[in-house]
Design a protein around this ligand. Structure first.
Ligand SMILES: Nc1nc2c(ncn2[C@@H]2O[C@H](COP(=O)(O)OP(=O)(O)OP(=O)(O)O)[C@@H](O)[C@H]2O)c(=O)[nH]1
Ligand SMILES: [Mg+2]
Length: 491
């Protein structure tokens, strides 16, 4: 996600690291590089231009803040302006208990409407709403079946009529049925797409809009089409008055131009983002978290939420209990590893941790594969007997050789794993008294102090250097006292 812009901005901002002061000339130079990287990321030209003007104004106004290094100062300005550019977002969909809300999804062909209808229904259901999907795409005969399959996968009802029906009537009938049934709070309409914005499509959508007055008209846009996505968003908004955009396929969007330009060009906020083909890959769009990711500062909050959703609460509680009793074994270690894997690929997770995004990129450039390493660890633990997993200290040379053979690794690797496990065990026992939230909080505090950002001049490092100054003062005092003492002794 956003590799082009992230890399470009990193280069643009990086050269300020070595500067001692923000001056007009180095600001100008940094801005030229920022503009260049935005354009390479396929950001709309006017948007890039205005963005740089705003950053310039804010950066010049900031010169008085002498306590911050130019790099920090400038990154701070870019971060705030990125948030401004993509926000604000009102995530509400105007749903109310006791009435049937209507959400109309529209967009170009293949943008991800049908999939996103399913994803949104799933999200709303998890929030306690009872959704009904309506198959109003009668252009493509297979579209109705596609929605039915999605509905079945999610156990969410789908209203449909034969392919020769009229889409406006289908929507009306679907909503009428939801109201009659009384056990539906929100109807999601999956409408037809076209290859291009054309009058026939707009007319059909306007008719549905007029006859049902949906609470929300959401445009589904494919992020990978860059500026075309932004232009089509503008055309749809001119014709339909959108409440929000759902930007799909962000997982495959290296450039990021659409995400950065949509709000500014159309005035319509992005409410959700699609980050994968699977039905659980829909996230709320948070401009601040996105800005943080773009600048390689990670996104600990999203990671925290993902962890809460993915981890099996009961299993976690059982492991917590074992930790408290100091009985954390290799089996638990493997279980935890499997839980972490549910969050996504290791490189995806790393991108959410401040400062680790660059490391993930470097690893993939160097053809290193953390997934493969994890696979090996799992194979090693899998080749042990229950007894060995519970008491790794019994693993001697011959057992090591057997495990290596069983897991297709070598004995040295098993040694390394056991050593690392012993360290992890100690660390975990220390943390065992803390709640999950406290542990994440301390992680987050460390992150906000910049503990995971290896490049920047950080509060965390600053605190360390303040401490070392104190240490220096202390040592000086001690040396002085020792000198006095020596003089006294001589006398
Ligand atoms: N990688 C990725 N693929 C997605 C995402 N959202 C949708 N897709 C894929 O995009 C393709 C098109 O999705 P559909 O939901 O059929 O798109 P549509 O807009 O309904 O298409 P039409 O009905 O033909 O107009 C499918 O292969 C989806 O799996 C996403 O967020 N990430
Ligand atoms: Mg469709």
């Amino acid at each position: 996600m956003f590799e082009t812009i992230s890399k470009g901005l990193e280069g643009a901002l990086g050269f300020l690291r070595g500067q001692s002061k923000l001056t007009e000339s180095n600001i100008r130079e940094a801005l030229a590089a920022v503009r260049q990287s935005l354009l390479e990321g396929d950001v709309h030209y006017d948007v890039a231009q205005q963005f740089c003007e705003r950053v310039a104004r804010a950066a010049v106004g900031q010169q008085v803040l002498e306590s911050l290094k130019p790099f920090e100062q400038f990154v701070g300005v870019v971060y705030r302006e990125l948030i401004q550019l993509m926000g604000p977002v009102d995530h509400s969909l105007g749903l109310r208990k006791g009435s049937v809300g209507i959400i109309m999804m529209c967009g170009l062909q293949g943008s991800g409407k049908t999939t996103t209808c399913g994803k949104l229904a799933r999200v709303l259901e998890s929030e306690g709403w009872r959704p009904l999907l309506v198959a109003a795409d009668l252009q493509r005969p297979a579209a109705i079946d596609q929605l039915k399959v999605i509905g079945e996968q999610l156990s969410i009802p789908v209203y449909s009529e034969p392919p020769n029906s009229d889409p406006v009537r289908v929507c009306q009938n679907g909503v009428a049925q939801a109201k009659r049934q009384g056990n539906i709070d929100v109807v999601i309409l999956d409408t037809a797409g076209r290859l291009h914005v054309d009058e026939a499509l707009m007319q059909e959508l306007r008719q549905i809009d007029r006859s049902l007055s949906p609470d929300q008209v959401l445009l589904v846009c494919d992020a990978m089409t860059g500026q075309d996505a932004v232009n089509s968003a503008k055309a749809f908004h001119d014709s339909l008055e959108l409440n929000g955009v759902i930007l799909t396929k962000l997982d495959g969007d290296a450039r990021g131009g659409a995400a950065l330009s949509v709000k500014s060009v159309t005035g319509v906020p992005i409410k959700y983002i699609g980050v994968g083909e699977q039905l659980d890959k829909l996230e709320l769009f948070h401009p601040d978290r996105m800005a943080s990711r773009i600048l390689g500062m990670g996104d600990v909050l999203t990671l925290f939420e993902k962890a809460q959703q993915a981890f099996d609460a009961e299993q976690m509680a059982a492991q917590q209990e074992k930790l408290r009793k100091g009985r954390f074994t290799l089996t638990d270690f493997r279980d935890q590893m499997q839980q972490v894997k549910k969050l996504g690929s290791i490189s995806q997770i790393m991108k959410l941790i401040p400062g680790m995004g660059r490391v993930a990129d470097m690893m993939s450039e160097a053809d290193m594969d953390p997934e493969q390493d994890l696979g090996k660890i799992e194979a090693i633990i899998g080749s042990m007997t229950d007894q060995e997993r519970d008491n790794p200290e019994i693993i001697d040379i011959s057992r090591r050789r057997r495990i290596a053979q069983g897991s297709g690794t070598d004995p040295a690797m098993i040694n390394k794993l056991l050593k690392e496990f012993a360290q992890a065990q100690k660390l975990m026992q220390n943390m065992a008294g803390q709640s999950h939230l406290d542990r994440l909080r301390s992680l987050q505090t460390m992150a906000s102090m910049g503990a995971f950002d290896p490049g920047a001049e950080l509060q965390f490092n600053k605190q360390r250097s303040v401490r070392s100054e104190i240490d220096r003062d202390k040592k000086k005092k001690l040396r002085k006292e020792a000198k006095k003492q020596r003089k006294k002794n001589r006398r």
